[in-house]
Design a protein around this ligand. Structure first.
Ligand SMILES: [Ca+2]
Length: 553
């Protein structure tokens, strides 16, 4: 799961559901439309997994032809949700990706929302009998498995799986479609659920047997959709993996307004790459050793209270100092924010960001962007997109609108999209496992919102019950772009599968840092459960995880 440079449109959006009666009615109608097929099927569940979508439709014998032939001749006309196949073609092996049959198709939900999806099927002998759904970042609008960066993020351990993904029901990268209720509901949760049913059926038809396990994997908005699936459809997945999940998107968009306005109000508030480097160096110098080792990694973020007052420009502004406005920008990044907008599940405000982001690509990509004039940072982009929707005006002035005047729209969005429902009992009761990972330096989606969410789940279920099915682990000095001085690459798919299949809880995971293109780690650290971080033992090899112990202080 390393990499994928944080880029506008790719990185996941800030953020951020409850099943209403209309939803239930809608689901009932969908099921009714499907009844003739469902009646034909044995209600097989998904083998040994907890996932319980009925496996409808006739079962074909296992293919004996080559993958290419089986792929070219694959057809299915009675798929769930009236899904239609538009193309079925072999994709040859490339890099670390194996040869697969890619079945593409669509689900027409309404005039305002059509879901484009893809299901990647490895050769029968290579299939491990399981599926993995791969979620998209930002506002979706593309098929993640078509993007090599997403394939790299999920990693080679996912290669033996049937990979399922979709654009969530729209084909653009903005948020303008969110004014359409069907499109919004698809993006929020329904597309993921529907496409899982389609992908499961395609696997059954293609291989002649049902998947034994189904997992979900996603980063940022994709992490949100993983957690939302566990909240709304507790029988869909045996394991959900969420990296830096954007579970409170509306909290992010409404509450970041004052901070972003300050950045872009005047040039002397904005931090150039040179200023970012200056600040990153100073923050690292002040806080690096708080974890016992000066290694460029700020592990003990809670003890890091550095304020760059000594960098204040005494004369003319230059690259070796910070203006008062720039110091205020940094203070705002590290300060909890509160814009009076009420969100789903009693959530309000939006927490500060974790320390260390200036030394990653995050502050440039997510906070400040390429120039003061461009206003192209990702947080500004998603905030502006949300403003257009809540104000219902594509020409809204982001720098002037009052988020508190649009409570009804925030509520509408938050109730559908946000993944803050703390009731994971049905998911846990069904045997589901949950693995959440965070880079502590994330400057797009606040670590602390997920920490609050995990606390809310523990408060409801009990901390020990939480640990029976879930882990929240972190890696310091890794940002939302999954880069930075820290070690943040962990094989979470293998970790999840070990937990689900063998009961091996992911308590000894090691995070690695690699040089680009290399598979030999240059640095390793334990992946500690939040709020613990890797503390150096004082004598061991600084490159080895065994030289560090997880500590809360
Ligand atoms: Ca350190």
């Amino acid at each position: 799961m390393k990499l994928h440079g944080a880029r506008k449109g790719l990185a996941t959006a800030a953020c951020c559901p409850r099943v209403s009666i209309p939803t239930i009615n809608r689901l009932a109608r969908a099921l009714a439309a499907f009844a003739p097929v469902a009646l034909l099927a044995a209600c097989g569940g998904s083998g040994g997994g907890g996932a319980g979508v009925p496996l409808a439709g006739p079962v074909a014998p296992p293919p004996v032809a080559s993958l290419e032939k089986a792929c070219a001749s694959f057809a299915a006309t009675d798929l769930p949700h009236k899904a239609t196949i538009t193309k079925s073609a072999l994709r040859k092996a490339e890099g670390t990706l194996p040869e697969v049959c890619v079945v593409r198709g669509s689900i027409f939900s309404s005039a305002g929302s059509t879901i484009q999806w893809a299901v990647e099927l490895p050769a029968s002998a290579a299939w491990n009998g399981k599926t993995i759904t791969i979620g998209g970042g930002a506002f979706d609008g593309f098929i993640p498995t078509d993007d090599p960066r997403y394939q790299a993020m999920v990693g080679t351990s996912a290669n033996p799986y049937v990979k399922i993904s979709s654009d969530s029901g729209h084909q653009t990268r903005g948020f303008e479609w969110a004014s359409d209720d069907v499109a919004l509901r698809n993006h929020a949760f329904e597309a993921n659920h529907s496409v899982l049913e389609v992908g499961t059926q395609i696997a059954i038809r293609f291989y002649g047997k049902a998947p034994t396990r189904r997992y979900s994997f996603g980063h940022s908005n994709g992490g949100r959709s993983s957690l939302v699936a566990a909240q709304r459809y507790p029988r869909d997945y045996d394991g959900v993996i969420a990296l830096e999940p954007a579970i409170s998107q509306q909290g992010h968009e409404a509450n970041n307004v004052p901070m972003l306005r300050h950045f872009f109000e005047k040039p002397e508030n904005w931090l150039s790459p040179a200023k970012l480097a200056l600040y990153a160096k100073a923050e690292t110098r002040a806080c690096d050793s708080l974890d016992g080792l000066a290694d460029g990694i700020i592990g003990n973020i809670e003890a890091c209270n550095y304020v760059p007052t000594e960098l204040l420009c005494e004369g003319a502004d230059n690259d070796e100092c910070l203006t008062a406005g720039q110091i205020e920008s940094i203070r705002l990044i590290y300060t909890d924010r509160r814009v009076e907008v009420a969100l789903a599940d009693g959530v309000s405000g939006y927490p500060r960001f974790g320390r260390g982001g200036a030394a990653t690509s995050d502050w440039r990509n997510f906070m400040f962007g390429s120039s003061f004039e461009a206003r192209d940072s990702f947080n500004y982009f998603v905030g502006y997109e949300a403003a257009k929707v809540v104000v219902q005006d594509p020409a809204v002035d982001y720098m002037r609108y009052d988020p508190t005047q649009y409570q009804a729209q925030w509520t509408r969005l938050s109730n559908l999209i946000d993944g803050t429902n703390p009731d994971l009992s049905p998911f846990a009761g069904n045997g589901g496992k949950m693995l959440i990972w965070y880079g502590l330096a994330d400057a797009c989606v606040s670590l602390y919102r997920t920490a609050e969410y995990v606390d809310s789940v523990k408060a409801r279920m009990g901390a020990s019950q939480f640990r029976e099915f879930a882990r929240f682990i972190t890696s310091p000095s890794v940002g939302h772009g999954l880069d930075g001085p820290g070690a943040g690459s962990i094989d979470l798919v293998a970790a999840m599968d070990n937990w689900v299949e063998r009961g091996a809880a992911p308590d000894k995971l090691v995070a690695s840092k690699f040089e680009p293109g290399s598979t030999t780690p240059i640095l390793q650290r334990p992946a500690c459960e939040y709020p613990m971080f890797p503390r150096y033992d004082g004598s061991g090899d600084p490159a080895k995880a065994s030289s560090f112990a997880c500590s809360a202080t």
